[in-house]
Design a protein. Sequence first.
Length: 348
Amino acid sequence: MTPAPGTVTGGVDTHSDLHVAAAVDHLGGVLGTAEFRTTPAGYRKLLRWLQAFGPVHKVGVEGTGSYGAALARHLTENDVAVIEVARPNRQVRRRYGKSDVVDAIAAARAVLSGEATATPKSHDGPVEGLRVLKVVQRSARKARTQTLNQLRAMVATAPAEMRERLRDLKSNELVETCAAFRVRAEDDGLPALTRLALRELAQRVQYLDSQLETTVTRLNRITTAFAPELVALQGVGPDVASTLLLTAGDNPHRLEREASFAALCGSSPLPANSGKRQNRHRLNRGGDRQANHALWRIALVRLSHDQRTRDYVARRIAEGRTKSEALRCLKRYIAREVFNALPITKIN
């Protein structure tokens, strides 16, 4: 929608301590620029500053999922339409230079021209709770794998008698054995220090296991309560469901149709027509790759347990598609089914 004369469009380049804002008129002319602290008081000042130029049409904000999340929430709570703006592309930056003021003006003009249209995630509901738990879960899994690898490597270089005792143990047995090692505080010999290092690593694994158990229990409980229809789909468990919910976000107005969700998941084919080569599509490498992987996991489960899915893939292959192309078609249909089971699509 074209802004009416006299209205103001804002743009904000976000940072950890300071946000740089720009105000432009309905023709893109710069009305002013200013800096504001990243505090509740700073957000209020920023909004009052924009409103001093006239009625605020929309505000484009960079980094609505990180530094700009709190500002986006404040503007939304005050009935200001917030648009997510991607950082300027590198070719434009090479041509015109880079500064916070330039980026803020570019953000406002991207909204004004219609180049930026996406409504950001609101980050204010159950899905945001799932996101923070997922951060802990993923980092704990990664750290656990690294620690187990270090434990195995240390066993491989341990004194011979210790190595022979530990080398053939399974991971759980190795962790339990090493975690129970006792070491005298005054013993600084190599065997004692090796046992100390093995014990510390093993106890770190146990601590990470405890973290994972806590987060997984919470994830399962919240996901099952918030999206029971999604969890009930074949091949969708709480872990996969929580990943797909993160892609959709808390606010229902982001997703107008199932094609939007498919694009967010990177499962919508992209046209690749040129000259005489028509009706051709290529793999979509964009979107949320975690969500794309979740769709792939659902597809694999259904291929293993659902005859209709196997028949569908076989039919696509018979039409001349490769197995990979048939799986991409299957993921597109799964994305539609998942979208229709999302709880946020029913909140209008």
